[in-house]
Design a protein around this ligand. Sequence first.
Ligand SMILES: [Zn+2]
Ligand SMILES: [Zn+2]
Length: 364
Amino acid sequence: MKWIVRGIVALALVAVAAGAAVYFIPAVQDRIVAMQINRAFKVQRDDLAGDDALRVAICGSGSPMPDPNRRPACNVVMAAGHIFVVDAGPGSWSNASGWRLPMNKIEAVLLTHFHSDHIGDLGEVNLQSWVAGRPAPLLVYGGPGIERVVNGFNEAFAMDASHRIAHHGADYLKPELGTMESRLIANAAGAVLAPGEEVVVFDKDGLKITAFAVDHHPILPAYGYRFDYKGRSVVFTGDTVKSENIARFAKGADVLISEAMLMNVVTEMQSVAHEYGRTRFEKMLHDIRDYHIAPGDAADLAAEAGVKHLVFSHVIPPLPQWLGARMFTRDTDRPGLDVHLGFDGMLITLPAAGGDAVFDDLSP
Ligand SMILES: [Zn+2]
Ligand SMILES: [Zn+2]
């Protein structure tokens, strides 16, 4: 027993000494900063965009509900040297750049819809990737309304762009690369995609991206995206209720990344808001339950589509991982379905050579 006490005391003394060293000794502080700089400037992870796999990095697994550990909706999809971002929730750029993803090679942002938790960082993604050396204008895909959203961001960032060109020079920051270009996804009549309709957004080097309709009523447009590469596939639901169109477009996919809401917890939040007279929160918590999907319903769609892995992202509420991993998967046991709770930093690798999906953590 004595040696355990001695061990604990020794560990406590070491911790205190280390803390004191950081607090009092400038050389120790400088050393820590130097280590952080070294890590930040290490070569970027170009390897993640190789032609050996279809990869997804979740750069935002949260929703509009504030949470320091879950940025709102964001995913980086990488294959064959191509980089696409599906949704750009506020603050998500700092995740993607912090993990040294090759964001200077980003080609396009694909927006599922125009709620702020999906578009808030659009200006930042454009600005930062321009500064990082993106070789072509950033394309932004979305349903009807995309031109207005993109023009608005371009206008809001126009002064910033001019300041940076004035400071760093037009050779370093080519003005023509600093303005985003919108790309409309619509049916032949120019209208929002209906269930059953699809648009192939991109088809090059074996990577194919297909847009389809989801149901986030009354929000229109609301799209999901399917990525296919060398026989591997990942599908994003965007924000939606249970919709058969998702099962149709997720048919046989390796991974379905679905939003999810714990309906009973949100109901509980609503009643507590009522008790405290927080009437505006109460109404919001009431209203949001009718345009999101419960984990069990997402599991049903995934099982119906023959999906192998279901990953919850854009989770409401944004619980800590250890707790959420239990609560979001409570009602999701389906034959042959593997279920995960996504997190900021989750990296999913689907090897082109075949074999099962590999789940890693990108965060430092
Ligand atoms: Zn959302
Ligand atoms: Zn939404």
